[in-house]
Design a protein around this ligand. Structure first.
Ligand code: TRP
Length: 479
């Protein structure tokens, strides 16, 4: 790979990874999940997952990307060859590509909603409107498949153009505009929340821990959310890591990214809930929190239309800087493997995701109550795709990435990438070798209800770990 495929500016990796991490996951998903899963208790579990599982896997992904210097699929192909391991590890790349496609398909649809709400807020139509008519704006949007398709198309095109322009003229330049914008708008919304909202009430809601309110499902949800929010498990960070200059520190970058991502999620939560409380609204509204409850709050509060519009631009910008990281790994693969032009590769990825997005569009209207997906999985197409990608593919991808980085890569190359501080190295290694895999598998097995109770999932996770370590020569022929 030539130097032209390395970020031009120092710090672009962090900028790009934070751009990828901060998105609908922080602004939309995290606040409503807090509301659904017991407030502060959810945040506690979330923070623990980020610390012990998220940061080590973030480092592992960056490490694999930077030592492979290729798209995730080809980096894994090459690493399995050069390290003489079982080719089965290449599933990391393929599962990642599938997950990227699935997530991009619904991500674009939901990001599109922010276009609609931005326009509606700025029009001033909602100022002083009652709850029922604001609810009707959302349900009216969801009932209209063509309008949803229009916004879905706009968002997908915007993402595709940025990635299609290449890593320097598209991604790097785009991020250097989007990220400062995002930061400024976030601070404005926070300031608005502080001035006009109930920030104290929001803070005590977010930071008071009642662990009893957290269900088993809540643990899986927190873990899925951590993977989703940090963009882990599918190779997005790997793809960006491939363009990272060798002299930048991976551990420091990973910690910065995790702090920024969690910080934005908490700031968004504080701002949103302080407005929701100020307007006397409910916290447990589910996915409608940002599109119904919050607009109701804006309608009630001075300058609501202005700041409401601003808020939805913020959502759009944050989503855009994330969706480009879902396109990049697959597009980079298509360019390398089939010598397509960048535009062709991006076009192919975006088009397939756009088509798949139709399933999500229909989940909110024609297929809302019944569909093949309801018959097979007991939930809508959107919920099925989200569950498969976020709660199954991302955690499994994360476990495999951790195991591969922890066991297959040699000590010398890991130390070359991570630096040689022996304490950090050992902590990281213990985490990716044992802690992250067992924790993720345990919560995963328990959460999807493969076996019941608390003990069996743990026994299975530990059993897997033991048999993996015992039989590792089978998978890792080099050791
Ligand atoms: N992290 C983004 C968010 O929170 C979504 C996202 C972008 C993502 N790239 C990803 C999630 C890669 C998983 C994997 O909105």
């Amino acid at each position: 790979m030539s130097q032209s495929n390395v970020w031009t500016h120092k710090g672009t990796f962090i900028l790009a990874a934070v751009g990828s991490a901060v998105g609908l996951g922080n602004l939309w998903r995290f606040p409503y999940m807090i509301g659904e899963n017991g407030g502060g208790a959810f945040i506690l579990v979330y923070a623990l997952t980020v610390l012990f599982v998220g940061i080590p896997i973030l480092m592992a992904e960056t490490l694999i990307g930077r030592s492979g210097r290729k798209s995730p699929i080809l980096a894994m192909t090459e690493l399995t060859k050069s390290h003489n391991t079982s080719p089965a590890w290449q599933v990391i790349g393929w599962m990642g590509a599938l997950a990227a496609l699935l997530i991009l398909s619904f991500y674009s649809v939901i990001a599109g909603w922010s276009v609609h709400f931005g326009l509606v807020e700025f029009s001033g139509r909602l100022s002083g409107a009652d709850a029922a008519s604001i609810g009707a704006v959302f349900s009216g949007l969801l009932d209209n498949p063509l309008l949803l398709m229009l916004y879905h198309t706009i968002f997908m095109l915007a993402s595709a153009v940025i990635v299609g322009l290449g890593i320097h003229k598209g991604l790097e330049k785009g991020l250097r505009i989007l990220m400062p914008l995002l930061f400024v708008m976030l601070l404005m919304i926070l300031a608005y929340g502080v001035v006009f909202g109930e920030i104290g009430q929001a803070a005590s809601y977010l930071f008071s821990f009642k662990l009893s309110e957290l269900s088993l499902q809540g643990w899986l949800a927190a873990m899925g959310q951590a993977f989703f929010s940090l963009s882990l498990g599918l190779g997005a960070i790997m793809a960006y890591g491939a363009y990272m200059p060798s002299r930048e520190s991976i551990s420091r970058s990973a910690i910065t990214i995790a702090i920024a991502d969690t910080g934005v999620a908490i700031i968004a939560g504080l701002a949103i809930f302080s407005l929701v409380f100020a307007a006397g609204q409910e916290t447990a509204a589910g996915p409608g929190l940002m599109f119904v409850t919050l607009p109701i709050a804006f309608a009630d509060i001075p300058f609501g239309s202005l700041f409401g519009g601003l808020f939805f631009i913020l959502v759009f910008v944050a989503a855009l800087s994330s969706s480009i990281s879902l396109i990049e790994p697959v597009a980079a693969y298509l360019v390398e493997r089939f010598s397509l032009s960048r535009m062709q590769a991006v076009g192919a990825m975006a088009f397939v995701a756009w088509l798949l997005g139709i399933l999500t569009v229909l989940s909110f209207n024609l297929w809302a109550e019944s569909s093949v997906f309801h018959a097979l999985f007991g939930k809508s197409a959107f919920d099925s795709i989200d569950f498969l990608a976020s709660n199954i593919l991302l955690p499994l991808g994360g476990v495999l990435i951790a195991l591969f980085a922890g066991w297959a890569l040699t000590r010398e190359e890991v130390q070359r990438e991570l630096g040689t501080n022996p304490t950090w190295y050992s902590l990281w290694q213990i985490s990716v070798r044992y802690v992250a895999p067992v924790a993720v598998l345990y919560i995963f097995i328990r959460g999807i209800g493969l076996v019941s109770g608390d003990i069996w999932p743990l026994i299975i996770a530990l059993g897997f770990m033991l048999s993996f370590v015992g039989g590792r020569s089978l998978w890792l022929k080099n050791s």
